[in-house]
Design a protein around this ligand. Sequence first.
Ligand code: ADP
Ligand SMILES: O=P(O)(O)O[C@H]1O[C@H](CO)[C@@H](O[C@H]2O[C@H](CO)[C@@H](O)[C@H](O)[C@H]2O)[C@H](O)[C@H]1O
Length: 462
Amino acid sequence: MAETVTLSGRTSPGLLASLDPLLREWLPRQRWFAGKGRPVTGFSLVAATELLPADGRLGLFHLLVRAHQPLALGAEPHPGDCYQLLIGVREALPPRLAPALIGHVDEGPLAGRTVYDALYDPRPAEVLLEALRTQARIGGLRFEREPGREIRTGLVPRLVTAEQSNSSVVYGDTFILKLLRRIVPGVNPDLELPLALAHEDCPRVPAPTAWLRAELSGESYVLGVLQPFLQGATDGWELALRELAKGEDFGTEARALGRATAEVHTALARALPTVTMGHTQLRLLADGMIERLDVAAQAVPTLRPYAPALHSAFTALADLAGEGRTWTAQRIHGDLHLGQCLRSPAGQWWLIDFEGEPSKPLAERRMPQPPVRDIAGMLRSFDYAAHSAVPQSQGWAEACRAAYCSGYAEVSGRDPRTDPVLLRAYETDKAIYEVVYEARHRPDWLPVPMAAIERYAAPDPH
Ligand SMILES: Nc1ncnc2c1ncn2[C@@H]1O[C@H](COP(=O)(O)OP(=O)(O)O)[C@@H](O)[C@H]1O
Ligand SMILES: O=P(O)(O)O[C@H]1O[C@H](CO)[C@@H](O[C@H]2O[C@H](CO)[C@@H](O)[C@H](O)[C@H]2O)[C@H](O)[C@H]1O
């Protein structure tokens, strides 16, 4: 059984100043750091909470820090992104924690100690689960649990090492805790939507068991969500690549994924408000896509030659607005791709990660949108898989596309292919987003969305 934890919630003056030089070097190297390409020039402290006393053998601080960086070209002035850090403090790091090292502190309250990313360390990770189990309130931190859901003690933590935008810890193959790294005030869809779906008894999404929030200056920040761990599940991306490598068809799985997507959309439309998008909203939608294309073409020079041809997908949408077409908009997943789908050993599909596109403002991510947007995301993902494989297989992606849309239509009664203009606009918009994402985060992958851009810009796209 886990040792009882004393949680003090004290804060420590001078703490950030002593960590500043180490964090400036360490933070930009983290996969989840959102401000890549611009140096960090300093930090300001949003909140610091001592979870284990720093003068003990193992100290633990929960920090919310704002990273100051020069503004990206053309960006609106803003105060800098706020990050959630869990800082462990020890005399020296045991070799198993070497990958977690942040550095050795020279001065200030932690002088002479070693600080590290505490999520790698089982003991601090246990502290978080224990706080959720006991619904602790420490300083501005609120550890909250869904009524009626229990968390048992003694679950052994391990950090998920897969590439992700946040950081997750699995507890005894029973729960997974996702700690959001770049945090913003307000209702976070990564908690809001799974909770709404759980209340609708939608079986396609793991139901949140507990969550961590911060209350700061009258604003609420969602910091993390604990949900059941789907043991033995494989993500759709891995599965798709595996089937592609074997030359196998993915049609049955793609159809099941289409059905799962429709189940989630149907439940979200029941749970949360829907709106009709008329002329004005459709124009705004098309204008937004055109603006994103212009910004993307500024940021990624390889996109520029294709920009005029890509515009046509968005002007076609604006033309439909002029003809009086309307669509129903609702809450959607917002960043659906194969990596967000998990298949259980029993063959059922689950959707995860309802955070939306991490780079977009929260208000935009929470707006009702046409469900076709999620569908376009999945179709782009089949295309990604087909173009990452050797040999590449456009036919495989086309077969997945047909099966996925049919599966979606079976459950929802609406085949996304009956909306070709909207679908094409969203697929183009997503491919443009991906070009920017890959240029920033994984330049080696840039040819994958660029292959789609070339196709979409051709006189008669697929
Ligand atoms: N409920 C779950 N059960 C099993 N594995 C999960 C679960 N939720 C997430 N994962 C795994 O953790 C990884 C990261 O989760 P995700 O929510 O996508 O985080 P991020 O937003 O940081 O990318 C996923 O790729 C998935 O493999
Ligand atoms: O999963 P995240 O919320 O972090 O999403 C971001 O990263 C994804 C990559 O990890 C990125 O997805 C793109 O690459 C996938 C293959 O790795 C592919 O399946 C997707 O279709 C493609 O968009 C996603 O766009 C980004 O927001």
